[in-house]
Design a protein around this ligand. Structure first.
Ligand code: FPP
Length: 202
């Protein structure tokens, strides 16, 4: 799993707008998706847009939404995705996602729904704490309705209520750009992951 950080700083240092950094970030992601195949990585999750990212300048938010939506549609139409049976998914708060982007997500998920040799997940409007809050609500309502006994709640019960319920926990979580934080990314899932931080901008 990857926290792709530093796009804005990369662009600013080159005297270019932040949007140019995000566009270049999309190219870097394409390289990594291709490399994942060579390296035998079957499941890749990237932090494309956090719940906190909604607080950015509205122009940057809409640029990012459009860029991610277009990239998703391109991926869903890419023959290599179908040849390799890559399942595309978005994980995050669907209620917060604008209509255009939601359509792109549903398109990509529908076109790859039957696959699973590889999994490529994009965390969009994602927050790890919110994901856990949702799981707690889900479990509480099952207890309240009598479908679940409190004594039967274990780690698997919680894992099964997360957006990532069908996916393995990440072996490795990378963050670029020199920040040593996990920033609300896959909080539950990274309990045993190796963490790797690098100064290089995404
Ligand atoms: C962090 O850099 C990066 C983002 C908020 C966006 C990452 C998104 C992409 C690379 C596009 C991904 C496309 C798909 C299909 C998932 P920053 O803006 O926080 O950089 P800064 O910390 O230097 O300001």
């Amino acid at each position: 799993a990857i926290i792709m950080d530093g796009n804005g700083r990369w662009a600013t240092e080159k005297g270019r707008p932040r949007s140019a950094g995000h566009a270049a970030g999309t190219e870097a992601l394409r390289d990594i998706i291709r490399a994942s195949d060579d390296w035998g990585i079957k499941c890749l999750t990237v932090y494309a847009f956090s719940t906190e990212n909604f607080n950015r300048n509205p122009d940057e938010v809409s640029f990012l939404m459009k860029l991610i939506g277009e990239s998703l549609r391109e991926l869903a139409d890419d023959q290599r995705v179908h040849d390799n049976r890559v399942r595309l998914r978005a994980i995050g708060e669907r209620d917060m996602i604008p209509e255009d982007m939601l359509e792109a997500i549903e398109y990509a998920e529908r076109k790859t729904a039957g696959y699973g040799d590889y999994n490529f997940n994009m965390a969009i409007a994602y927050g790890g704490r919110q994901e856990i809050v949702n799981a707690v609500k889900d479990i509480s309502s099952r207890v309240k309705s009598g479908d679940l006994n409190v004594d039967d709640i274990d780690e698997d019960t919680i894992s099964e209520c997360l957006y990532t319920f069908e996916l393995p926990d990440p072996d490795l979580v990378l963050r670029t750009s020199g920040e040593f934080r996990v920033s609300n990314f896959l909080l539950w899932q990274l309990a045993y992951s190796e963490l790797y931080f690098t100064d290089v901008y995404w």
